[in-house]
Design a protein around this ligand. Structure first.
Ligand SMILES: [Zn+2]
Length: 96
């Protein structure tokens, strides 16, 4: 059975242990959960700029000013998406 170190006290415990037998700290894969939510956030924030671009494309023919505004917001969304991924990988690097 693989052993891991307790996140709280550093005691060697079973990988499958729900909590540390020594200090009682929960060993549930909190990092795995944050990873899943981060992936969800990444996908969501990736969708937003695309939705913005689609709206911009449909508005382009009728109102160029509004279309431009949507393009800017799509750009901001894209930058936000890039930064989200950067933060995600940075957190992953720190958590290692
Ligand atoms: Zn412990």
């Amino acid at each position: 059975m693989a052993l891991i170190r307790c996140k709280e006290c550093g005691e060697l415990i079973s990988r499958t242990a729900i909590s540390c037998p020594k200090c009682g700290a929960s060993q549930s894969e909190t990092f795995g959960n944050t990873e899943n939510s981060s992936v969800g956030t990444c996908i969501l924030s990736l969708l937003l700029p695309f939705v913005g671009l689609i709206i911009a494309a449909t508005k382009m023919s009728e109102d160029i000013k509004t279309a431009r505004a949507y393009c800017i917001w799509a750009g901001i969304g894209f930058i936000f998406w890039i930064s989200t991924i950067d933060v995600y990988y940075l957190l992953k690097y720190i958590a290692r």
